[in-house]
Design a protein around this ligand. Structure first.
Ligand code: SF4
Length: 311
């Protein structure tokens, strides 16, 4: 399994989920949004992305962002993450577009088209991340792009042959659903649970697995964010979400080597409770206009590091 999951990967993942059932308390399901403790304590709304940022243990980040409306600074670690997410999204939508174009029906013609598209897309994408390019060097950004693009090329070309061989009479849409069964930036309305109306999950793997791509070391806060997405999904669709997937992409310093680790995260009562506590604490900071102060340690990668060092 890798970064660009296909329908064969989805089948294996859902089998694993089926074999590892967990018990979840009914009162902690997202659809219980009218009742304590899932019901948000106020009408304020926050973003799930902020809830899953690992930098600020006291929650001052919420005070700065939502009360003070302080300006955040661009930081290399976060910018690199956004760059990698852009490549990931673009590779997925490009693969779909090529297959739906209808002229490509086997791995070799797909590979030619996909790699050709990559060479056109790469310069524009790197240009969009001008500051990151200045910090890390254009060559490194090119290397990251080339590596991720080639992982996509290999996964999708292989699955295209598999799919077409299994059934030569599939529609183009049917082929896409098997080869590229991920919807990127899947939108969800988080308002029932105290989140913003337009929140976006990194990807939804068909039929309904929430997938988050992480480019930093996975921390508890990331799993709390994942839990927020799972509970929002439950609040909208009334479908139990007991597992969600983290794809953790790790790069070495010079981006010579990329590894992808997957972690199927059980959305347990304990994670649900932590999510509710963290959400409620953030909403309290915003509603009561209280500065909770700094934690013992502030990372220079926090987008408010410069703001806080002056306070
Ligand atoms: S610099 Fe420190 S106190 Fe300020 S938002 Fe970041 S982690 Fe929180």
């Amino acid at each position: 399994m890798g970064l660009f999951l296909t329908i064969d990967d989805a089948a294996k993942i859902f089998q694993r989920i089926q074999m590892s059932k967990i018990d979840v308390s009914e009162e902690l399901r997202g659809w219980k949004y009218s009742d304590y403790p899932v019901r948000p304590p106020s009408n304020s709304k926050i973003s799930v992305g902020d809830l899953s940022l690992e930098f600020c243990q006291t929650g001052r980040l919420f005070f700065l962002r939502y009360v003070k409306k302080a300006k955040e600074a661009e930081k290399p670690l976060l910018a690199r993450g956004r760059y990698i997410h852009s490549i990931f999204n673009t590779a997925i939508t490009t693969a779909k577009r090529i297959i739906l174009g209808g002229t490509v029906k086997d791995s070799s013609s797909f590979l030619i088209s996909f790699l050709d598209e990559g060479t056109k897309i790469k310069p524009a994408l790197i240009k969009e991340f001008g500051l990151l390019s200045k910090w890390e060097g254009e060559e490194k950004l090119e290397r990251i792009f080339n590596k991720i693009w080639s992982i996509a090329a290999s996964a999708y070309s292989h699955q295209l042959d598999e799919t077409v061989t299994r059934s030569p009479y599939l529609s183009l849409d049917g082929i896409v659903s098997n080869v590229v069964p991920m919807v990127t930036e899947f939108p969800l309305d988080g308002t029932y649970l105290g989140f913003q109306k337009s929140i976006r999950v990194d990807a939804l793997l068909l039929p309904f697995l929430i997938v988050e791509l992480k480019t930093r070391e996975v921390k508890q806060e990331h799993k709390i964010g994942l839990t927020a997405y799972a509970m929002v999904f439950e609040s909208i669709f009334n479908i139990p979400v007991d597992y969600a997937l983290i794809l953790n992409l790790k790069l070495d310093k010079e981006a010579e080597d990329i590894k992808v680790y997957e972690e199927l995260v059980p959305i347990t009562d304990s994670l649900r409770t932590m999510m509710i506590e963290r959400r409620d604490s953030a909403l309290r900071i915003i509603d009561e206009n209280v500065d909770p102060g700094k934690p013992d340690y502030c990372s220079r990668e926090c987008p408010y590091y410069e703001v806080c060092s002056k306070l």
